[in-house]
Design a protein around this ligand. Sequence first.
Ligand code: PSU
Ligand code: MN
Length: 310
Amino acid sequence: MTRSTTTENSSIIRVGDEVRDALATNRAVVALESTIFSHLGLPSPANAQALTSCIAAIREAGAVPAITAIIDGVARVGINESEHERILGPAKKVGEREIALAVAQRWSVGATTVSASLLLASRAGIGVFATGGIGGVHRDSHLHGDISADLGALAAHPVVTVCAGAKSFLDLPRTLEYLETLGVPVVGVACDYFPAFTVHSSGLPIPARVANIDELCAFTQAHLALGRTSGILACVPVPLADSLDKNMIDAVIETALKATADAGIVGPGVTPHVLGATAAATGGKSVVANLSLARNNASVAAQLAVALTR
Ligand code: PSU
Ligand code: MN
């Protein structure tokens, strides 16, 4: 197989006009996934609010948002406002390995996960991507083997992912070990502990720390100058005011994981189901925290993208 490296528009990948212009003139661009904005990630109307606020945060910091999605069988990097409603509704989850299938079978709407977004961002020449929390090594993975494709994609594409760590229902120590094995740097932006999505700190020391965005920028530039081809995981905790209590969330997750297992849900269905059960059990508090961290990550990602253009 020969690999296509073109970033020209094709019938398979279409880069939006605004994103293309920005990239051509060395202006900052931040890629976003669409699973978080679909019904798989957040309930309505919070999903629409998250989309609006992430876009606003990116623009306020002086960057151009590039939402990735599959629409009518085309992999898109940067969609128009008139198309937002397409990704807010029902969608099929599209990880990196599903993109070609979604194109070949002309899926109406495919919501891209972190792994799919990283492939599309790197093909379009975008170096910074923002999400909520990445997928990782699931608890009891030694029994069922569930490890998110996000981790392999973080190793495969030279893109900085700005996130609030990984979701606390995962096995966070193993997730960190796995990223080390893959050679993906995990860096706390002005934080010393690996964040746990809606919880400010997992209590696990973070492998590396940068003091601010300028240092993150210098680190990214050195990583690329060395010829490293992996991504970087830049971790930013949920703003303290919106952080959920660790003990409370641990108890909620215990119940949600049990309900997911009892319902016989496995594989790609696990993450959306646990997120939904957590939202219900916290009376929507997890959704508020999710909105807050998504916006914050988008803002940090945009500041990094701007710094990288200097
Ligand atoms: N973070 C969120 N909401 C989400 C996800 C992450 O705040 O919906 C999604 C992301 O798209 C991530 C995916 O890539 O869950 C991971 O799914 P899995 O564990 O099945 O690999
Ligand atoms: Mn999985």
